[in-house]
Design a protein around this ligand. Structure first.
Ligand code: ADP
Ligand code: MG
Length: 141
């Protein structure tokens, strides 16, 4: 499915709508350039799940964990994680045990360790400054 949004708010709203399709154990692999809106979409997902606090990029923390009213969520930003050894050092694989929703920015850097089946959200810059083309899909076994 492909969508065009015209503001960060619209991207968040799309994320909140998308959240309704998610359940514990789901892994969402985000891709797209810096500033495309991966964190904005993620913020929408968390708010859609009922989390009311601040949602910021975990670039420096690597992972942020959230407890929503119904499900736990782990949000990774792997921008600076360039090999699978570094992933194991942060305990990445332990988050894939089915107990939470896992949202991964710069999932390209975890290509080797993603589960067999996962969901994908690609965000690309559009024609106008605030346009974004958001492609939602999945990789199935
Ligand atoms: P990423 O996590 O992909 O690096 P962020 O979500 O942190 O990107 O930042 C997206 C930036 O783009 C923000 O500064 C936001 O205000 C801006 N922006 C402009 N238009 C949009 C849009 N349609 N959707 C999402 N972000 C947008
Ligand atoms: Mg980000």
């Amino acid at each position: 499915m492909e969508y065009i949004t015209h503001s960060p708010e619209e991207t968040e709203a799309l994320g909140a709508e998308y959240a309704k399709s998610l359940k514990a154990g789901d892994v969402v692999a985000f891709s797209g350039d810096l500033g495309a809106g991966k964190t904005a979409f993620t913020r929408g997902v968390l708010h859609g799940l009922g989390y009311e606090g601040r949602v910021t990029s975990p670039t420096f923390a690597i992972a942020n964990e959230y407890e929503t009213p119904t499900v736990k969520v782990a949000h990774f930003d792997l921008y600076r994680i360039l090999d699978s050894e570094a992933l194991f050092e942060i305990g990445f694989d332990e988050y894939l045990d089915g107990s939470r929703i896992v949202l991964i920015e710069w999932s390209e850097n975890a290509a080797d360790v993603l589960p067999e089946a996962y969901k994908t959200v690609h965000i690309a810059y559009g024609d106008a400054d605030n346009d974004r083309r958001i492609t939602i899909g999945e990789v199935t076994v």
